[in-house]
Design a protein around this ligand. Structure first.
Ligand SMILES: Cc1ncc(COP(=O)(O)O)c(C=O)c1O
Length: 403
Protein backbone atom coordinates (compact mmCIF):
# COMPACT_ATOMS: atom_id res chain seq x y z
CA UNK A 1 0.00 0.00 0.00
CA UNK A 2 1.05 3.57 -0.54
CA UNK A 3 2.11 4.64 2.99
CA UNK A 4 1.07 8.23 2.30
CA UNK A 5 -2.59 7.13 2.38
CA UNK A 6 -2.23 6.66 6.13
CA UNK A 7 -1.50 10.38 6.49
CA UNK A 8 -4.92 11.42 5.15
CA UNK A 9 -7.23 12.93 7.76
CA UNK A 10 -10.84 11.77 8.13
CA UNK A 11 -13.10 13.97 6.02
CA UNK A 12 -15.12 16.57 8.03
CA UNK A 13 -18.38 14.70 7.37
CA UNK A 14 -16.90 11.50 8.78
CA UNK A 15 -15.89 13.43 11.91
CA UNK A 16 -19.42 14.84 12.06
CA UNK A 17 -20.82 11.32 11.94
CA UNK A 18 -18.62 10.38 14.89
CA UNK A 19 -19.57 13.53 16.81
CA UNK A 20 -23.26 12.78 16.33
CA UNK A 21 -22.98 9.09 17.23
CA UNK A 22 -25.47 8.29 19.97
CA UNK A 23 -27.44 11.54 19.55
CA UNK A 24 -31.17 11.09 19.07
CA UNK A 25 -32.65 14.31 17.70
CA UNK A 26 -35.88 15.50 19.26
CA UNK A 27 -38.59 13.87 17.06
CA UNK A 28 -40.74 17.00 17.47
CA UNK A 29 -38.59 18.60 14.73
CA UNK A 30 -37.98 17.36 11.20
CA UNK A 31 -34.34 17.18 10.15
CA UNK A 32 -32.72 20.21 8.48
CA UNK A 33 -29.14 20.05 7.31
CA UNK A 34 -26.99 23.13 6.89
CA UNK A 35 -23.98 20.83 7.04
CA UNK A 36 -23.06 19.98 3.47
CA UNK A 37 -22.08 22.63 0.95
CA UNK A 38 -23.93 21.05 -1.94
CA UNK A 39 -25.95 23.35 -4.21
CA UNK A 40 -29.66 22.57 -3.97
CA UNK A 41 -31.27 25.13 -6.29
CA UNK A 42 -32.80 23.30 -9.26
CA UNK A 43 -30.66 22.60 -12.30
CA UNK A 44 -31.79 24.95 -15.14
CA UNK A 45 -34.05 23.20 -17.65
CA UNK A 46 -32.02 24.39 -20.65
CA UNK A 47 -28.96 22.59 -19.27
CA UNK A 48 -30.83 19.32 -18.83
CA UNK A 49 -32.06 19.67 -22.40
CA UNK A 50 -28.58 20.47 -23.72
CA UNK A 51 -27.23 17.33 -22.06
CA UNK A 52 -30.05 15.13 -23.39
CA UNK A 53 -29.79 16.53 -26.91
CA UNK A 54 -26.02 16.04 -26.96
CA UNK A 55 -26.50 12.33 -26.22
CA UNK A 56 -28.43 11.97 -29.48
CA UNK A 57 -26.21 14.15 -31.64
CA UNK A 58 -23.34 12.62 -33.62
CA UNK A 59 -20.08 14.20 -32.48
CA UNK A 60 -21.26 14.86 -28.93
CA UNK A 61 -22.80 11.47 -28.14
CA UNK A 62 -21.13 8.66 -26.21
CA UNK A 63 -19.75 6.78 -29.21
CA UNK A 64 -16.15 8.07 -29.12
CA UNK A 65 -13.38 8.76 -26.61
CA UNK A 66 -13.23 12.49 -25.83
CA UNK A 67 -9.98 14.45 -26.12
CA UNK A 68 -8.43 15.26 -22.71
CA UNK A 69 -7.88 18.87 -23.72
CA UNK A 70 -11.54 19.29 -24.73
CA UNK A 71 -13.03 20.26 -28.08
CA UNK A 72 -12.04 23.59 -29.64
CA UNK A 73 -15.63 24.80 -29.10
CA UNK A 74 -15.43 24.06 -25.38
CA UNK A 75 -12.11 25.86 -25.03
CA UNK A 76 -13.56 28.83 -26.92
CA UNK A 77 -16.50 28.85 -24.47
CA UNK A 78 -14.08 29.03 -21.49
CA UNK A 79 -12.12 31.86 -23.10
CA UNK A 80 -15.34 33.69 -23.99
CA UNK A 81 -16.54 33.54 -20.40
CA UNK A 82 -13.19 34.77 -19.07
CA UNK A 83 -13.42 37.67 -21.52
CA UNK A 84 -16.95 38.63 -20.46
CA UNK A 85 -16.46 38.08 -16.73
CA UNK A 86 -12.95 39.48 -16.22
CA UNK A 87 -12.11 41.31 -19.46
CA UNK A 88 -9.25 38.87 -20.09
CA UNK A 89 -8.08 37.59 -23.48
CA UNK A 90 -6.70 34.09 -22.99
CA UNK A 91 -5.50 31.85 -25.79
CA UNK A 92 -8.03 28.99 -25.98
CA UNK A 93 -5.44 26.65 -27.46
CA UNK A 94 -2.86 26.97 -24.63
CA UNK A 95 -4.27 28.77 -21.60
CA UNK A 96 -7.43 26.81 -20.70
CA UNK A 97 -8.18 23.15 -19.96
CA UNK A 98 -11.42 21.32 -19.03
CA UNK A 99 -11.64 19.46 -15.71
CA UNK A 100 -14.25 17.17 -14.21
CA UNK A 101 -15.20 19.61 -11.46
CA UNK A 102 -12.63 21.64 -9.57
CA UNK A 103 -12.16 19.03 -6.82
CA UNK A 104 -10.33 16.43 -8.90
CA UNK A 105 -8.36 19.20 -10.61
CA UNK A 106 -7.21 20.76 -7.33
CA UNK A 107 -6.02 17.33 -6.26
CA UNK A 108 -4.40 16.33 -9.54
CA UNK A 109 -2.64 19.67 -9.90
CA UNK A 110 -0.51 19.02 -6.81
CA UNK A 111 0.54 15.68 -8.29
CA UNK A 112 1.67 17.56 -11.41
CA UNK A 113 3.48 20.43 -9.72
CA UNK A 114 5.14 18.99 -6.62
CA UNK A 115 8.64 17.51 -6.78
CA UNK A 116 8.67 15.14 -3.79
CA UNK A 117 12.46 14.77 -3.71
CA UNK A 118 13.20 18.05 -1.96
CA UNK A 119 11.14 18.14 1.27
CA UNK A 120 8.48 20.29 -0.40
CA UNK A 121 5.87 22.34 1.41
CA UNK A 122 2.36 23.12 0.18
CA UNK A 123 0.83 26.17 1.88
CA UNK A 124 -2.95 26.41 2.27
CA UNK A 125 -5.37 28.62 4.19
CA UNK A 126 -6.67 27.51 7.59
CA UNK A 127 -9.63 26.79 7.79
CA UNK A 128 -9.69 25.29 4.31
CA UNK A 129 -11.18 22.85 1.82
CA UNK A 130 -9.71 19.51 2.84
CA UNK A 131 -8.78 18.41 -0.67
CA UNK A 132 -5.76 20.79 -0.53
CA UNK A 133 -4.32 18.88 2.40
CA UNK A 134 -4.90 15.44 0.89
CA UNK A 135 -3.44 16.58 -2.42
CA UNK A 136 -0.33 17.86 -0.67
CA UNK A 137 0.13 14.71 1.41
CA UNK A 138 -0.31 12.29 -1.49
CA UNK A 139 2.10 14.37 -3.59
CA UNK A 140 4.71 13.77 -0.88
CA UNK A 141 4.64 17.33 0.48
CA UNK A 142 4.23 18.73 3.96
CA UNK A 143 1.15 20.95 4.31
CA UNK A 144 1.59 24.29 6.07
CA UNK A 145 -1.56 25.96 7.39
CA UNK A 146 -1.76 29.77 7.19
CA UNK A 147 -4.44 30.99 9.65
CA UNK A 148 -7.28 33.31 8.72
CA UNK A 149 -7.70 36.39 10.89
CA UNK A 150 -11.22 37.10 12.23
CA UNK A 151 -10.15 40.69 12.98
CA UNK A 152 -9.55 41.31 9.26
CA UNK A 153 -12.69 39.78 7.73
CA UNK A 154 -11.03 36.34 7.86
CA UNK A 155 -8.24 37.37 5.51
CA UNK A 156 -5.44 34.81 5.61
CA UNK A 157 -2.45 36.02 7.61
CA UNK A 158 0.19 35.33 4.96
CA UNK A 159 2.71 37.43 6.94
CA UNK A 160 2.66 34.81 9.67
CA UNK A 161 4.22 32.23 7.32
CA UNK A 162 7.97 32.13 8.08
CA UNK A 163 10.47 32.74 5.27
CA UNK A 164 11.95 29.31 5.90
CA UNK A 165 8.56 27.84 4.96
CA UNK A 166 8.14 29.99 1.85
CA UNK A 167 11.65 28.93 0.78
CA UNK A 168 10.51 25.27 0.66
CA UNK A 169 7.06 26.01 -0.77
CA UNK A 170 6.31 24.58 -4.20
CA UNK A 171 2.56 25.14 -4.30
CA UNK A 172 0.20 27.60 -2.62
CA UNK A 173 -3.55 27.07 -2.55
CA UNK A 174 -5.69 30.16 -2.22
CA UNK A 175 -9.46 30.10 -2.01
CA UNK A 176 -11.28 33.30 -2.91
CA UNK A 177 -14.18 33.58 -2.26
CA UNK A 178 -13.19 31.40 0.67
CA UNK A 179 -14.81 28.28 2.00
CA UNK A 180 -15.88 28.50 4.84
CA UNK A 181 -15.34 32.21 5.53
CA UNK A 182 -16.70 33.74 2.30
CA UNK A 183 -13.81 36.24 2.29
CA UNK A 184 -12.65 37.69 -1.04
CA UNK A 185 -8.96 38.45 -1.52
CA UNK A 186 -8.28 42.08 -2.48
CA UNK A 187 -5.64 43.18 -5.01
CA UNK A 188 -3.07 44.09 -2.36
CA UNK A 189 -3.03 40.54 -1.07
CA UNK A 190 -2.54 39.22 -4.58
CA UNK A 191 0.35 41.65 -5.03
CA UNK A 192 1.98 40.24 -1.90
CA UNK A 193 1.51 36.62 -3.02
CA UNK A 194 2.84 37.27 -6.52
CA UNK A 195 5.95 38.90 -5.01
CA UNK A 196 6.47 35.84 -2.79
CA UNK A 197 5.94 33.52 -5.77
CA UNK A 198 8.53 35.50 -7.78
CA UNK A 199 11.03 35.32 -4.93
CA UNK A 200 10.58 31.64 -4.10
CA UNK A 201 9.39 30.18 -7.39
CA UNK A 202 6.23 28.48 -6.10
CA UNK A 203 3.05 27.93 -8.11
CA UNK A 204 -0.30 29.44 -7.04
CA UNK A 205 -3.50 27.39 -7.43
CA UNK A 206 -6.43 29.79 -7.12
CA UNK A 207 -9.68 28.02 -6.17
CA UNK A 208 -12.51 30.27 -7.37
CA UNK A 209 -15.51 27.95 -7.47
CA UNK A 210 -17.72 30.41 -5.49
CA UNK A 211 -16.90 33.40 -7.70
CA UNK A 212 -20.44 33.86 -9.03
CA UNK A 213 -22.31 33.85 -5.70
CA UNK A 214 -21.66 37.22 -4.08
CA UNK A 215 -23.43 39.84 -2.03
CA UNK A 216 -21.60 43.05 -2.85
CA UNK A 217 -22.26 45.09 -5.97
CA UNK A 218 -18.92 44.35 -7.59
CA UNK A 219 -18.11 40.74 -8.49
CA UNK A 220 -15.19 39.11 -6.66
CA UNK A 221 -11.74 39.81 -8.05
CA UNK A 222 -10.33 36.74 -9.82
CA UNK A 223 -6.72 35.60 -9.56
CA UNK A 224 -6.10 35.96 -13.29
CA UNK A 225 -7.81 39.34 -13.22
CA UNK A 226 -5.54 40.44 -10.37
CA UNK A 227 -2.48 39.24 -12.28
CA UNK A 228 -3.52 41.16 -15.40
CA UNK A 229 -4.15 44.32 -13.35
CA UNK A 230 -0.59 44.02 -12.04
CA UNK A 231 0.85 43.59 -15.54
CA UNK A 232 1.42 39.84 -15.26
CA UNK A 233 -0.31 39.02 -18.51
CA UNK A 234 1.50 35.69 -18.99
CA UNK A 235 -0.02 34.52 -15.64
CA UNK A 236 3.38 33.12 -14.66
CA UNK A 237 3.08 30.35 -12.05
CA UNK A 238 -0.67 30.98 -11.67
CA UNK A 239 -3.59 28.68 -12.46
CA UNK A 240 -7.23 29.49 -11.61
CA UNK A 241 -9.78 26.74 -10.93
CA UNK A 242 -13.42 27.33 -11.64
CA UNK A 243 -16.54 25.22 -11.81
CA UNK A 244 -20.13 25.01 -12.97
CA UNK A 245 -21.27 23.20 -9.81
CA UNK A 246 -22.28 26.28 -7.82
CA UNK A 247 -22.59 28.78 -10.65
CA UNK A 248 -25.08 26.69 -12.63
CA UNK A 249 -26.42 24.26 -9.98
CA UNK A 250 -24.99 21.15 -11.61
CA UNK A 251 -22.77 19.56 -8.93
CA UNK A 252 -23.55 16.14 -10.38
CA UNK A 253 -22.36 17.05 -13.86
CA UNK A 254 -18.73 17.35 -12.76
CA UNK A 255 -17.64 20.17 -14.99
CA UNK A 256 -15.17 23.00 -14.58
CA UNK A 257 -12.04 24.38 -16.13
CA UNK A 258 -8.61 25.68 -15.26
CA UNK A 259 -6.90 28.67 -16.86
CA UNK A 260 -3.61 30.50 -16.64
CA UNK A 261 0.09 29.79 -17.16
CA UNK A 262 0.41 27.95 -20.50
CA UNK A 263 3.56 26.09 -19.43
CA UNK A 264 1.87 24.68 -16.35
CA UNK A 265 -1.25 23.74 -18.30
CA UNK A 266 0.84 21.83 -20.83
CA UNK A 267 2.31 19.73 -18.01
CA UNK A 268 -1.13 19.38 -16.44
CA UNK A 269 -2.61 18.17 -19.76
CA UNK A 270 0.15 15.55 -19.96
CA UNK A 271 -0.59 14.37 -16.42
CA UNK A 272 -4.30 14.24 -17.18
CA UNK A 273 -3.75 12.18 -20.33
CA UNK A 274 -2.21 9.43 -18.21
CA UNK A 275 -4.67 9.91 -15.38
CA UNK A 276 -7.50 9.44 -17.89
CA UNK A 277 -9.58 12.40 -16.82
CA UNK A 278 -11.21 13.54 -20.05
CA UNK A 279 -14.69 15.09 -19.89
CA UNK A 280 -17.56 13.07 -21.42
CA UNK A 281 -18.69 14.50 -24.79
CA UNK A 282 -22.31 15.29 -23.76
CA UNK A 283 -20.96 17.04 -20.65
CA UNK A 284 -18.63 19.05 -22.87
CA UNK A 285 -21.62 20.08 -24.99
CA UNK A 286 -23.79 21.01 -22.00
CA UNK A 287 -20.86 22.90 -20.48
CA UNK A 288 -20.61 25.05 -23.60
CA UNK A 289 -24.29 25.94 -23.13
CA UNK A 290 -23.74 26.72 -19.44
CA UNK A 291 -20.66 28.94 -19.85
CA UNK A 292 -22.34 30.77 -22.72
CA UNK A 293 -25.41 31.79 -20.71
CA UNK A 294 -25.38 34.34 -17.91
CA UNK A 295 -29.13 34.83 -17.30
CA UNK A 296 -29.45 31.69 -15.17
CA UNK A 297 -26.42 32.75 -13.11
CA UNK A 298 -27.92 36.16 -12.43
CA UNK A 299 -31.15 34.49 -11.30
CA UNK A 300 -29.27 31.99 -9.13
CA UNK A 301 -27.31 34.80 -7.45
CA UNK A 302 -30.55 36.74 -6.88
CA UNK A 303 -32.03 33.69 -5.14
CA UNK A 304 -29.05 33.49 -2.78
CA UNK A 305 -29.24 37.23 -2.12
CA UNK A 306 -32.92 37.07 -1.20
CA UNK A 307 -32.31 34.04 1.00
CA UNK A 308 -29.33 35.55 2.84
CA UNK A 309 -31.18 38.86 3.30
CA UNK A 310 -33.91 36.97 5.15
CA UNK A 311 -31.91 34.38 7.06
CA UNK A 312 -28.73 36.19 8.11
CA UNK A 313 -30.40 38.84 10.33
CA UNK A 314 -32.32 36.12 12.20
CA UNK A 315 -29.14 34.20 12.99
CA UNK A 316 -27.23 37.43 13.69
CA UNK A 317 -29.72 38.18 16.47
CA UNK A 318 -28.14 35.38 18.53
CA UNK A 319 -24.77 34.50 16.96
CA UNK A 320 -21.67 36.44 15.96
CA UNK A 321 -22.18 36.40 12.21
CA UNK A 322 -22.42 38.74 9.25
CA UNK A 323 -23.11 38.63 5.56
CA UNK A 324 -20.06 37.14 3.79
CA UNK A 325 -18.46 38.86 0.79
CA UNK A 326 -19.45 35.81 -1.27
CA UNK A 327 -20.10 32.00 -1.23
CA UNK A 328 -23.18 30.33 0.26
CA UNK A 329 -21.97 29.92 3.84
CA UNK A 330 -22.48 31.69 7.11
CA UNK A 331 -19.42 31.42 9.36
CA UNK A 332 -20.82 32.02 12.80
CA UNK A 333 -19.20 32.35 16.20
CA UNK A 334 -21.04 30.36 18.87
CA UNK A 335 -21.75 31.39 22.46
CA UNK A 336 -19.36 29.73 24.87
CA UNK A 337 -16.90 29.01 22.04
CA UNK A 338 -17.29 25.22 21.90
CA UNK A 339 -18.31 24.58 18.27
CA UNK A 340 -18.56 20.80 18.68
CA UNK A 341 -20.72 20.91 21.81
CA UNK A 342 -22.91 23.56 20.15
CA UNK A 343 -23.40 21.40 17.03
CA UNK A 344 -24.17 18.27 19.01
CA UNK A 345 -26.70 19.97 21.30
CA UNK A 346 -28.34 21.80 18.38
CA UNK A 347 -28.88 18.47 16.64
CA UNK A 348 -30.19 16.81 19.80
CA UNK A 349 -32.63 19.58 20.70
CA UNK A 350 -33.68 21.02 17.33
CA UNK A 351 -32.60 18.50 14.67
CA UNK A 352 -30.52 21.06 12.78
CA UNK A 353 -27.11 20.01 11.45
CA UNK A 354 -24.27 22.53 11.24
CA UNK A 355 -20.58 21.79 10.73
CA UNK A 356 -18.16 22.57 13.58
CA UNK A 357 -15.50 24.99 12.35
CA UNK A 358 -12.74 23.08 14.11
CA UNK A 359 -13.36 20.18 11.68
CA UNK A 360 -12.45 22.49 8.80
CA UNK A 361 -9.15 23.67 10.26
CA UNK A 362 -5.95 22.33 11.81
CA UNK A 363 -4.33 23.33 15.03
CA UNK A 364 -1.28 25.45 14.37
CA UNK A 365 0.70 27.63 16.73
CA UNK A 366 -1.31 26.15 19.61
CA UNK A 367 -4.76 27.08 18.30
CA UNK A 368 -7.37 25.86 15.86
CA UNK A 369 -8.57 28.90 13.89
CA UNK A 370 -11.91 27.22 13.13
CA UNK A 371 -12.70 26.55 16.79
CA UNK A 372 -15.58 28.52 18.24
CA UNK A 373 -17.32 28.86 14.86
CA UNK A 374 -19.74 26.75 12.85
CA UNK A 375 -20.32 26.67 9.11
CA UNK A 376 -23.89 26.86 7.86
CA UNK A 377 -24.51 26.15 4.19
CA UNK A 378 -27.64 28.03 3.11
CA UNK A 379 -28.24 25.79 0.13
CA UNK A 380 -31.81 24.63 0.79
CA UNK A 381 -34.85 26.71 -0.11
CA UNK A 382 -35.39 29.92 1.87
CA UNK A 383 -38.30 28.58 3.93
CA UNK A 384 -36.23 25.65 5.18
CA UNK A 385 -33.20 27.85 5.95
CA UNK A 386 -35.47 30.30 7.80
CA UNK A 387 -37.00 27.49 9.83
CA UNK A 388 -33.48 26.38 10.78
CA UNK A 389 -32.56 29.96 11.70
CA UNK A 390 -35.58 30.28 14.02
CA UNK A 391 -34.74 26.98 15.68
CA UNK A 392 -31.18 28.22 16.22
CA UNK A 393 -32.57 31.37 17.88
CA UNK A 394 -34.75 29.27 20.19
CA UNK A 395 -31.84 26.97 20.92
CA UNK A 396 -29.46 29.78 21.86
CA UNK A 397 -32.06 31.66 23.92
CA UNK A 398 -33.11 28.63 25.92
CA UNK A 399 -29.65 27.46 26.59
CA UNK A 400 -27.77 28.71 29.62
CA UNK A 401 -24.41 30.06 28.49
CA UNK A 402 -21.38 28.32 29.93
CA UNK A 403 -19.63 30.64 32.39
C1 LIG B 1 -13.58 25.51 -1.79
C2 LIG B 1 -14.05 24.47 -2.72
N1 LIG B 1 -13.32 24.17 -3.80
C3 LIG B 1 -13.71 23.23 -4.67
C4 LIG B 1 -14.87 22.52 -4.50
C5 LIG B 1 -15.21 21.45 -5.49
O1 LIG B 1 -16.30 21.73 -6.25
P1 LIG B 1 -16.54 20.99 -7.65
O2 LIG B 1 -15.64 19.81 -7.71
O3 LIG B 1 -17.95 20.63 -7.66
O4 LIG B 1 -16.16 22.00 -8.70
C6 LIG B 1 -15.68 22.79 -3.39
C7 LIG B 1 -16.93 22.02 -3.19
O5 LIG B 1 -17.65 22.11 -2.28
C8 LIG B 1 -15.27 23.79 -2.49
O6 LIG B 1 -16.00 24.09 -1.40
Amino acid sequence: MNPLLARLQPYPFERLRQLFAGVTPDPAHGPISLGIGEPKHPTPEFLKRALAQAMDTPGTDLSAYPPTIGTPALREAFAGWLQRRYGLALDPSTQVLPVNGSREALFAFAQTVVDPRTEPVVVCPNPFYQIYEGAALLAGAQPYYAPSDPARNFAVDWDSVPDTVWARTQLLYVCSPGNPTGAVMPLDEWRKLFALSDRHGFVIASDECYSEIYFRDEPPLGGLEAAAKLGRTDFARLVAFTSLSKRSNVPGMRSGFVAGDAKLLKAFALYRTYHGSAMAPPVQAASIAAWSDEAHVVENRAQYRRKFAEVEPVIASVLDVRLPDASFYLWAGVPGGDDQAFSRALLAQYNVTVLPGSFLARESGGRNPGAGRVRMALVAQTAECLEAAHRIVDFVKNKPRPQ
